[in-house]
Design a protein around this ligand. Structure first.
Ligand code: PHE
Length: 381
């Protein structure tokens, strides 16, 4: 819950009609709509709730009485808050309806918790943590799901504060403080895991970095961060102050920490998953209770002009729900004579809970093919 009651936004249940408007810009599908208000991060014994509490506790112990915590800010926000107020350029791809869910032309499902930076600064908070569900149209695989959870952290310093710390350059001071805080956090969560800082770009920070963690034989990006762009501070009542900011993905951290192999598991109501986790216990290692074989189906087609992988993924998710594990482009060629482009995608179907029958998978795949032709306008091969 929000610990700053005066400014807390109560958890609102949005009625379906409020979100699914007849607006031409609306691209929020039913299965996305159903996730609003679920708030997995409010459940103390859910892996996401456990991670949230562990991060809170890290900041409370190391920065007592510093951060105000918000975890019930509503995910339907103005496009201006999601983009303009954090300086996302007018032509940035994240603004496209291929990447972001629009409720109407001016309203989105936040695609990051950074959507609350400016507003929270304006309300007078200097240091805060904002946790919430965020929404992105994306591809489908074990680490991508159209809804996931982020925690935003912001810490503002006045000039007196950073000068009193002996620093001569506010930006360098913020960078150093930021890296110290996040390395401390990563150590606390993961122990002696290998990590590395990568230079990055975000419209709202300069310099910007990503922190990667070595997990299951590969480097996994777990957070983005940087020194807040001065304009954001100056426009929101913090003229001349300096700040660091980070945004981290709770699912990514939880997958690494608890050995959770597939992001769909966070949404399961299967007790064999949920029962394995206990509030406050960071040392749980998930034990898979079943490994049903995946079933692969390929679909090849001539692409239409406005075909996108995200649209295909949304369509497959709409039909197969959480039975789809991965959608992967396995062939892409352009015919030398006709100039037409053919794609072949391999769809992996797998339930985490039970065996799927051939009939069931075949009928899902038939429906996928039918809707690809009718709704995506592609020519099946
Ligand atoms: N909003 C960024 C993202 O979602 C993360 C971020 C937050 C980066 C704050 C820098 C500062 O990827």
């Amino acid at each position: 819950m929000c610990s700053a009651s005066a400014s807390s936004t109560p958890t609102v249940t949005v009625s379906r009609d409020e979100v699914i408007t007849g607006d031409a810009a609306n691209n929020v599908t039913d299965n996305i709509y159903e996730k609003i208000g679920v708030n997995l991060h409010h459940i103390d014994s859910h892996p996401l709730g456990i991670i949230k509490s562990a991060i809170y506790s890290f900041f409370d112990r190391n920065y007592p009485d510093t951060f105000t915590k918000f975890d019930d800010l509503h995910p339907v926000v103005k496009a201006t808050a999601n983009f303009d107020e954090v300086l996302v350029p007018a032509d940035h791809v994240s603004r496209s309806s291929n990447d972001t869910y629009y409720v109407d032309a001016d309203t989105v499902l936040r695609c990051h918790t950074s959507a609350h930076q400016a507003e929270t600064l304006r309300k007078g908070f200097a240091s805060f943590l904002v946790t919430g569900d965020v929404y992105r149209r994306d591809s489908i695989d074990a680490t991508h799901y159209p809804v996931f959870h982020q925690m935003e952290g912001v810490r503002v310093f006045t000039e007196e504060e950073w000068k009193a710390a002996g620093a001569t350059d506010g930006t360098a001071y913020c960078e150093q403080e930021l890296k110290k805080a996040l390395e401390g956090l990563a150590k606390e969560l993961f122990g002696d895991v290998e990590m590395r800082w990568i230079d990055a770009y975000f419209p709202f920070t300069e310099p910007s970095f990503e922190l990667e963690i070595f997990f299951n034989g590969q480097w996994l990006e777990v957070l983005g961060c940087g020194v807040m762009e001065q304009q954001i501070l100056d426009s929101n009542g913090r003229e001349g102050h300096k700040a660091w900011a980070f945004g981290l993905g709770l699912e990514r951290l939880a997958m690494v920490l608890f050995d959770i192999p597939d992001i769909r598991l966070f949404w399961t109501s299967d007790q064999r998953f949920l029962k394995q986790f206990k509030a406050g216990a960071l040392d749980t290692k998930f034990k898979p209770y079943s490994k049903f074989p995946p079933c692969f189906k390929d679909v090849a087609f001539w692409v239409s002009e406005d075909f996108t992988e995200n649209n295909l993924c949304e369509l497959v998710r709409g039909i197969a729900g959480d039975l789809v594990e991965e959608v992967k482009l396995i062939d892409d060629f352009t015919h030398p004579k006709t100039g037409k482009t053919s794609n072949c995608f391999r769809i992996a179907y797998r339930s985490m809970e039970r065996s799927l029958t051939d009939d069931e998978i075949n009928s899902l795949q038939e429906e996928v093919r039918a809707q690809m032709a009718s709704r995506l306008g592609v020519e099946l091969r």
